[in-house]
Design a protein around this ligand. Structure first.
Ligand SMILES: *Cc1c(COP(=O)(O)O)cnc(C)c1O
Length: 413
């Protein structure tokens, strides 16, 4: 076989209606492509990073000095957050779906001793990590956290804020309060809540570390920056233990964002080569979030989620999620078992909905940055057509009447 150079890769526009990535705002893409070529120590790139840091603190409602962002995706931020967890550290971690499941694997990797790694290198069974499995489709409650922390008294406690695998909201207040009561440092996977939910880090003093992502609520996919925030207690712990990472050590990584020795400094210092394009895009997405305001955005998610929820319920689907940016549902009994087929049909047509990634198989439909009548109506119609194609029955007149009654007068946009 002879090798030929491939033609230029063309990727079509799809309707991103899954759990993420969200629809990157056109203004973010424009900022990305308008940035000039500039190195990572150029003055405006460094200024942009410092401005991003300040905007992030505002969006996330925190005075944590160690609030910045890690180059990469949600897992990059999570890896950074978990870097302070050392072999043998006692951890209580809640698993209620695909993503918190992977987080608990990361925690076992970090906390495993060399012997535990050698015994099972890809799935180390760290004795010091206590995993509380909560069934798919259920939320982690404050009572569950209280019971586990009072029994085990760990150094670290972990939970996902919103478990995107099953679309469930976990109890952040209960988690933070239990961490405070039992002297645990809380760690939160906030990958799918930042930029969607209106909450403030500083209202949750039991939580020492937060990790999020660029591609969901912040709508900034062009591989950019995954936000993190750490309390003083977290940084003090890290200072005393060190971490087995150069690039994902929060103390090192923060330097490029102008955070040195716990203080803001005017100019960042080298940690790694940052991209001026990515900084410009991320900066724009934070500006857009602040301009719109989280209170307004989160109310808008709830409004549109309710329309979508009621429409698919009218089609006979059963919604089992409670996240305002994502529906997770079972098809009506006559189509049960054909979830994967339906999702694949939709995806083949550029309508990007998702199945669940772990059992049971359910359908996931997301509305990230789809907060208008036209987008929600299109998602509903495409989904209805996909159900009909499989032989389901949909009363299209009823669906159109529902859309008209919700959007016709009060919430036009
Ligand atoms: C999407 C998601 C992740 C992974 O984020 P990537 O950007 O794919 O790295 C982790 N945790 C949760 C809760 C998520 O929703």
């Amino acid at each position: 076989m002879t090798f030929q150079i491939y033609p230029t890769l063309e990727i079509p526009e799809t309707l991103a209606a899954g759990p993420g990535p969200g629809n990157t705002d056109a203004r973010v893409l424009q900022a990305f492509s308008n940035a000039g070529v500039a190195d990572h120590m150029q003055g405006d790139v460094l200024r942009g990073m410092v401005e991003c840091k300040h905007m992030l603190r505002e969006i996330w409602g925190t005075t944590n000095t160690y609030t910045f962002a890690v180059a990469g995706t949600g897992w990059s931020a999570l890896d950074t957050m978990f870097s302070a967890v050392m072999p043998g550290d006692k951890v209580v971690a809640f698993n209620n779906g695909t993503f918190s499941g992977i987080d608990t694997l990361t925690l076992r990797i970090k906390a495993a001793t060399p012997e535990e790694h050698a015994a099972n290198p890809l799935d180390p069974q760290a004795a010091s990590v206590i995993i509380i499995d909560v069934p798919h489709g259920q939320s982690v409650t404050g009572e569950m956290v209280e019971a586990a922390l009072s029994e085990h008294k760990p150094k670290w406690a972990f939970m996902a804020h919103w478990e995107t695998g099953s679309g469930r909201i976990n109890d952040l207040r209960g988690f933070s309060d239990a961490c405070e009561r039992h002297g645990a440092m809380g760690l939160i996977d906030a990958v799918s809540s930042l930029g969607v939910e209106d909450f403030r880090i500083d209202d949750y003093p039991g939580i020492a570390g937060w990790a999020s992502c660029p591609q969901k609520g912040l709508c900034c996919l062009p591989l950019t920056y995954a936000p993190v925030s750490f309390s003083k207690g977290y940084i003090d712990s890290l200072k005393s233990t060190g971490a087995y990472s150069y690039v994902h050590n929060p103390i090192f990584e923060a330097r490029h964002w102008g955070i040195v020795d716990g203080q803001d400094v005017e100019r960042g210092t080298y940690h790694r080569t940052h991209s001026g394009y990515a900084v410009a895009a991320f900066h724009e997405s934070l500006r857009l979030t602040l301009t719109e305001g989280l209170a307004k955005r989160s109310a808008s998610y709830r409004t549109h989620e309710k329309v979508l929820r009621d429409a698919v319920s009218a089609m006979g689907c059963e919604v089992t999620s409670d996240m305002p940016s994502l529906l997770v549902l079972n098809l009506p009994p006559e189509l049960a078992g054909r979830e994967m087929e339906l999702v694949q049909n939709c995806r083949a047509r550029g309508f990007g909905i998702w199945p669940t990634l772990s059992t049971p198989v359910q359908v996931r439909i997301g509305i990230l940055n789809q907060l208008n009548r036209q987008a929600i109506s299109q998602i509903i119609r495409l989904f209805a057509e996909a159900m009909c194609e499989l032989g389901g029955t949909v009363d299209f007149e009823e669906i159109e009447a529902l859309l008209e009654s919700r959007y016709g007068t009060s919430i036009a946009a």
